[in-house]
Design a protein. Structure first.
Length: 251
């Protein structure tokens, strides 16, 4: 059994790690993993990597500064700057696993899959890993990090690491009695009965919207509040999603 380089990943900001034997996963999830693989190999294991809280962002900011310096201070004209988190995560994962696996094959299928068949199954893996419960504001939540975590990579490997994941836990929302997130939504898109996506998206694109660079419902949730992203990180994610919405609306 190989020792997983958990410390190396944590030191680089990828502090959420789960390892599964592919054979132990539900059949549908196994099929999606294989479809997303460039080589269609029978990989032995899958590694799910993410970040919880604020640990990753300083590394990403530093990486972006270094890339811009190499480019002579030019604006976002390369993949590294357009997608700085993905670029950083893929570089770190490749460096660590090439050193640790010593020639054993591995393949990053998210975010950098090359098959033309994206991997659709992050939240399903998150459920198996103990990371994900559905929240009223439609962002995954767990008792440790609240909603302040994200999936950064899925890696197929022929490794022999010890399988590992978070202990199973009930949804923190099931014990909530205050419904702070429901009350905080300025347009009533959040409720216990379901999430009104259309109302949310329309409001986000409205001039003067209070949800252009954040989600008020998410910020009101008390679970994991100490891990809440600082504003530069939050603004980055929400401005990216808003730009995508506006682009889709223009089309």
């Amino acid at each position: 059994m190989q020792n997983f380089p958990a410390k190396a990943f944590t030191e680089k900001g990828l502090n959420l790690q789960a390892i599964f034997d592919v054979a132990s996963l539900p059949e549908g999830l196994r099929e999606r993993l294989q479809t997303a693989s460039r080589y269609n190999d029978d990989y032995r294991q899958v590694i799910l990597l993410g970040h919880g809280g604020r640990a990753l962002w300083p590394h990403v900011e530093h990486e972006a500064v270094m890339v811009q310096a190499k480019m002579g201070g030019q604006a976002a004209v390369s993949g590294d700057i357009d997608h700085p988190i993905d670029a950083y995560a893929c570089r770190v994962i490749t460096e660590i696993l090439e050193e640790d696996l010593k020639g054993q094959r591995f393949e990053i299928i998210y975010p950098a899959g090359h098959t033309g068949h994206p991997f659709y199954g992050l939240q399903d893996l998150g459920v198996v890993a103990g990371w994900h419960h559905t929240s009223p504001f439609l962002v995954g939540i767990n008792p440790v990090w609240g909603s302040w975590y994200a999936y950064r990579a899925v890696v197929l490997t022929n490794s022999h690491y010890q399988p590992a994941s978070m202990p199973a836990s009930p949804s923190p929302c099931s014990a909530c009695r205050t419904d702070d997130c429901v009350v905080a939504c300025p347009v009533g898109a959040v409720s216990r009965d379901g999430f009104d996506m259309e109302t949310c998206l329309q409001y986000r694109q409205t001039d003067g919207s209070h949800c252009q660079d954040k989600c008020l419902a998410r910020m009101a949730c008390p679970v994991g509040r100490e891990h809440r992203y600082r504003q530069p990180q939050m603004s980055y994610h929400y401005h990216r999603s808003l730009s995508m919405l506006q682009s889709m609306s223009a089309d």
